[in-house]
Write a protein that binds this ligand. Sequence first.
Ligand code: AMP
Length: 127
Amino acid sequence: MSDEVALAQTAKAGGDTIFGKILRKEIPCEFLYEDEQCVAFKDVNPQAPVHILVIPRKPISQLSKSTDEDEAVLGHLLVAARKVAKQVGIDETGYRLVINDGKNGAQSVFHLHIHILGGRQMQWPPG
Ligand code: AMP
């Protein structure tokens, strides 16, 4: 079991998260991209040569807890991920977007985020 999967077994949904602290600049973090609705930064524990997280400024805990009112911000995150992938130069070779949801999805941080993974050949099926 990886550290992330182990962490996901006990991670609790709800409340403030490390990503909330990053958004409030309580933890230093270089943003590769930011706009009024989201920010993107490098994952601290990269699983690929390129591993970036795109997170909404709105503290949605996880995809399954989002609502129909979040349609615009959810769409915005995908558009931002596309822009970031192009910005870092992995759009021609391809990349993978991942959203882990809940315990079985191995989610460890309960602030919605899209993983952008690239810079190497991805395999299928995922673990
Ligand atoms: P997930 O397992 O989908 O919840 O992913 C959470 C991700 O957040 C993991 O890939 C962690 O490596 C990453 N992470 C945790 N803390 C930080 C941090 N301070 N800065 C950047 N990435 C982080």
